[in-house]
Design a protein around this ligand. Structure first.
Ligand code: E4P
Length: 294
């Protein structure tokens, strides 16, 4: 078990309640959990249904998702359980909020995940006015994080923004730089947005998230297992992080930009190819579990 709890809250990145329970015994606590449509599609019960030839209706898929988060909810601490709305590139904010409102009622500690798109940001702005906690996902740029800050100003609850480290690494960019840059930019803010390091692929990235002071990190169980197997190392004063691709090639650093957090959120250039691709992948994984007519 972990003796000294890091300041960074630790969330399990997954869709299987039994794994959350296992992590809780391994680490001694779990602060929260993030889910997404791809992780829910991999849930063992859903996979069993599919293997037996059963495809789910949209309602059944939603019921399964609800059941999964209701099992996870009591296992985690105050970082809550993030539940992602089913949105494709054309989904309007009003539709996302309708889903978000329903998902928020499933459990007492829900965070609703919206994508860092124009409609996702509009949905977030509407949601915080309704006191719905939000986690802005598929964040790949500092501009998107600035827009999240501006769109959710005045939120009474902490808002999460989830920079996706591993997916930037996958295309040769230093994903941890994005976390560093957002943290630096938010130093000039009011602290209402918390940085949740996501798409973490290895223990070093977890340690770097601690070193950068990310408020939260969501971590796949495979990485938490590795961290536990090496007796929970922590970054010391000399900790230096350097990412590399699969062939050992160094990653391209992402430069810091001086952005004004007080500008209207619509003024930031939030388009990012990886956000679009991420939405498309979530839709494809979600649909792989559904009946054609669902
Ligand atoms: C969590 O909120 C994210 O959906 C998750 O970390 C994405 O991880 P991946 O890039 O490994 O799919």
């Amino acid at each position: 078990m972990l003796a000294n709890r890091p300041k960074t809250k630790i969330l399990v990145d997954g869709g299987d309640p039994s794994e959350t329970l296992r992590m809780k015994s391994l680490i001694g606590f779990v602060d929260g959990q993030t889910t997404n449509p791809s992780l829910i599609a991999k849930n063992p019960e859903i996979q069993r249904l599919i293997a037996s030839g059963h495809r789910l209706s949209s309602q059944e898929e939603k019921d399964e998702y609800k059941k999964i988060v209701q099992s996870i909810s009591p296992l985690v601490g105050d970082a809550g359980v993030s539940i992602e709305v089913f949105a494709d590139v054309g989904t309007r904010a009003e539709e996302m909020v309708a889903q978000g409102q329903e998902m928020f009622s499933w459990i007492p500690n829900a965070y609703v995940k919206y994508p860092c798109t124009h409609e996702g940001l509009r949905a977030a702005q509407m949601s915080v006015h309704k006191s719905i906690r939000v986690n802005m996902t598929l964040c790949f740029s500092q501009e998107q994080a600035a827009a999240v800050y501006a769109a959710t100003q005045g939120s009474k609850e902490p808002v999460y923004v989830s920079p996706f480290v591993g997916r930037l690494d996958d295309r040769g960019e230093e994903g941890m730089d994005l976390v560093r840059n957002i943290k630096k930019m938010y130093e000039r803010g009011d602290g209402h947005v918390h940085v949740l390091a996501a798409s973490i692929r290895n223990v070093n990235q977890l340690l770097c998230s601690f070193a950068l002071g990310a408020e939260l990190a969501t971590v796949p169980t495979k990485v938490l297992d590795e961290w536990a197997a090496t007796s929970f190392p922590m970054p010391d004063q000399d900790f230096r992080y350097q990412g590399a691709d699969a062939s050992g090639q160094l990653l391209k650093s992402i430069p810091y930009k001086a952005l004004d957090l007080n500008l209207p959120w619509e003024s930031f250039d939030i388009a990012h190819e990886l956000t679009t691709k991420g939405i498309q992948k979530f839709v494809a994984d979600f649909q792989s579990t559904l009946r054609r007519s669902a």
